[in-house]
Structures are given as structure tokens and as C-alpha cells.
Design a protein around this ligand. Structure first.
Ligand SMILES: Cc1ncc(COP(=O)(O)O)c(C=O)c1O
Length: 386
């Protein structure tokens, strides 16, 4: 398949899975690249200003705001959804340009409040569906709420075999609200070029180089990884310079990435069914006085969050499960994960988000993509241990 043919096939598949139009989907090598084009267009049309977002996220979700010259303003999270579900009016100014609506771990829940706020204040509503590819916040009637929706096929996302790729959905209803902005976003996303030779090679050999890295003894790993990066062998999930408010020039996918996405999208339904049933298992069978379960966990989540009483308990459980061979994450600890080199560069102060600061320090995210028998083992281990 040619690049054009494979891109078209991915957009058609995304449209089919989401009951949308293939022409409203744009592909990129990483979701952060597509997001950068959206925020660049926003700046060009609406001028410099602020974007309301969350610190309970990955640094790669904030960098596209910074590289566009916009200022991130942080709203705290709702503990039950690990994301922002309402915004204090004091955070909204005439310079506010957009609201980011993130579905942490795929918890979409009900975010009609955010959508209404964006509409009332004439702000661009950018949905971060990086953790729930092909899923959107919708009205009861099925209408997509956001103006822009960002989806990822990257490392540690829903599709575990893709490793690269992002897709941006541009809601055609934005055309009616702000034609100039709609057109500029489409133009900028449509301009993305395929990666050059070296990046193509890193993308193609990612599994090999990452596999070599994972086989290294723990104490050599950080040094070995930085040599791999310096030699241009490994395309890391996050480059060191990305902890400094920068990111690479936005790129499109390539044929290799498109073909991987197509293979994986064919199994998306199975993937989500397994995640949903593991969430159910955790809900039903896992209990402990040492950790708390959130009250709205029913979707096909990327991972299942539990909250320990304190950071030490969370760390002990993390070490116990990791040493038993399970891949456990502490999303997002530290906040703006894996943490900026300078909080000032990110306009962030811990006082801005006390709930997110507290939750991040004591959360543990359990896998939802394992066979049921492994989920049962995790439940047993964590219940016994705690
Ligand atoms: C919430 C969130 N948004 C956006 C991104 C960026 O996705 P990508 O790695 O495809 O650039 C990530 C990546 O981890 C993320 O966790």
C-alpha cells in the first residue's frame, strides 16, 4: 500500500468505528504533533492567550500549548474522575482561548459542564482522548461535544502493538462557529509531512532497540537509554528536551505506522471488551482497607486506578506487583509526567491543584489488558499484601 492509500484506509476505519466522516480525521506520527498544529492555528487566528488544562497529565499534552506560545492555566481535578470536570470562573479571562477536556485512563463520564462552559464563553473545546482511542464525550443523542478530539496510538496507550501514531478529529460543526479557525486547523493538520529517513528508521526499529534496553540490568538502563538516544537509535516515548517545554517539528505518520494501526484497529473491539471485563473484575472482587476504589469505574479503561492512604503504601504495592512481573504505572506521578525541569517554565505551582497533587502521590494504576486469570492473580496479590 502507498502512503496515501494506507492513510486513507486508517481514516476510513476510524470513521467507521466512530460513525464519523473520514474527511474529518487527520493523522500524525504522535498525538502531540497534531495537538501542536491545533494550538498553532488557534494562536494564529485568535492571538496569544491561555489554555485551561490539567497538571494530571503527561508533559507531552502540555508541550503543544507551550510551543504554540500559549500559556497553560491549570484547573484542579475531580477526584472521582482523575480529570477536570468543572472550572472555577476565576480561571477564565478575556485571554482564555481554549479548554482541554481530558479523559484520564479513558474515564469519559459526564463532561457536559465543560462543554457548556466552552460554548457559553466561545472557547475552543479540545478533547484529549489519548487514553481512549475512538471514544468521545457525546450527548445522549450521540453528538460529539468537542470541537477537536485528540487520539493516540502511542506507547502505553489502548492499542499496545502500534507504538506510534495519532489521529485528530476536527468536528465539522466548528465551521459554523468559527470558519476561519476551522479552516486554519484543517490546513495546518493537512500540511504535515512524512518523517525523514532517520526518524523512519527509528520508528521501524523501535521494538528492537526498546527490547534491547528492557533486557539490560536495571542499574545500567538509564545510562544505556541515554546512549541509545544520543546515537539516534531509540525514539523514546519522551525525549529529555520534552521536559523543558520543547518538542520536535510535527510530522505525519508513514506507511509502516499506518499498517500497524490498521492491524491493531481490527482488534480494537476485543481489546475494549477485555478491558471492560477486567474493570468489572476489579470492581467486584478487589477490596482492602488500605486502598480506596473510585466510584465511577465502568468504562473500558486503559488502567484501573486505586488510591492508597499514603505515598508509602502506594510505593510498597507498586514494588510488590512489579517484582511479581506485572507492569504497573503510577499515572501521573510526578504531575505533568515525568515532571518538568522547571515548574516555572510550565507556569505551574503545586498550590494550583491540591487534589491532583494529593492523588498523584498515592495512586496506583492496575493493568486492564491482561487475560482474566492474570487479573485475578493481581487482585489476590494486592488484597493479601494490603
Ligand atoms: C493524556 C495524554 N495526552 C496526550 C498524550 C500524547 O500522546 P502521544 O504520545 O501520541 O503524543 C499522552 C501521552 O502519553 C497522554 O497521556
Amino acid at each position: 500500500m502507498s502512503f496515501e492509500e494506507s492513510s486513507k484506509a486508517v481514516r476510513q476505519k476510524l470513521a467507521k468505528l466512530t460513525d464519523t466522516d473520514p474527511n474529518d480525521w487527520y493523522l500524525c506520527l504522535k498525538a502531540r504533533f497534531g495537538a501542536a498544529q491545533v494550538f498553532n492555528a488557534l494562536r494564529d487566528i485568535k492571538g496569544y492567550g491561555e489554555v485551561i488544562t490539567t497538571p494530571y497529565t503527561c508533559i507531552t499534552a502540555i508541550n503543544p500549548i507551550l510551543t504554540a506560545g500559549l500559556k497553560p492555566v491549570y484547573a484542579d481535578i475531580d477526584k472521582e474522575f482523575l480529570s477536570t470536570t468543572s472550572i472555577k470562573s476565576s480561571l477564565i479571562h478575556p485571554r482564555t482561548r481554549a479548554i482541554v477536556m481530558q479523559h484520564t485512563l479513558g474515564m469519559i463520564g459526564d463532561k457536559t459542564n465543560l462543554a457548556k462552559l466552552a460554548e457559553d464563553r466561545n472557547l475552543l473545546l479540545v478533547e484529549d482522548s489519548a487514553h481512549c482511542v475512538t471514544r468521545f464525550a457525546r450527548t445522549k443523542g450521540g453528538r460529539i461535544l468537542a470541537d477537536i478530539s485528540i487520539h493516540s496510538f502511542g506507547v502505553e496507550k489502548v492499542l499496545t502493538t502500534t507504538k506510534f501514531g495519532g489521529a485528530i478529529y476536527v468536528n465539522p460543526s466548528l465551521k459554523k462557529k468559527n470558519k476561519e479557525l476551522y479552516e486554519e486547523i484543517c490546513v495546518k493538520l493537512g500540511q504535515l509531512k512524512e518523517p525523514g529517513h532517520l526518524l523512519n528508521l527509528r520508528v521501524k526499529t523501535y521494538r528492537f532497540h526498546n527490547g534491547v534496553l528492557q533486557r539490560m540490568p536495571q542499574f545500567i538502563k538509564p545510562g544505556f537509554r541515554s546512549i541509545q538516544i544520543k546515537l539516534g537509535l531509540l525514539e523514546p516515548a519522551i525525549y529529555p528536551f520534552e521536559q523543558d517545554g520543547q518538542q520536535d517539528e510535527p510530522k505525519n505518520t508513514n506507511t509502516f505506522v499506518n499498517e500497524k494501526i490498521l492491524e491493531s484497529l481490527a482488534k480494537l473491539k476485543m481489546n475494549y471488551t477485555r478491558r471492560e471485563s477486567n474493570v468489572e473484575q476489579y470492581n467486584k472482587h478487589m477490596n482492602s482497607e488500605h486502598f480506596e476504589k473510585l466510584s465511577h469505574l465502568y468504562e473500558p479503561l486503559l488502567a484501573y486506578p486505586i488510591l492508597f492512604k499514603n505515598q508509602q503504601k502506594a510505593q510498597e504495592a507498586y514494588e510488590m506487583l512489579t517484582s511479581s512481573g506485572y507492569f504497573i504505572r503510577r499515572w501521573y506521578y510526578p504531575l505533568i509526567y515525568p515532571g518538568p525541569k522547571s515548574l516555572k517554565r510550565y507556569y505551574y505551582k503545586p498550590e494550583m491543584a491540591p487534589i491532583a497533587e494529593d492523588i498523584a502521590s498515592r495512586v496506583l494504576c492496575l493493568p486492564t489488558d491482561l487475560p482474566a486469570i492474570e487479573t485475578q492473580k493481581i487482585i489476590k496479590l494486592i488484597s493479601q499484601d494490603a
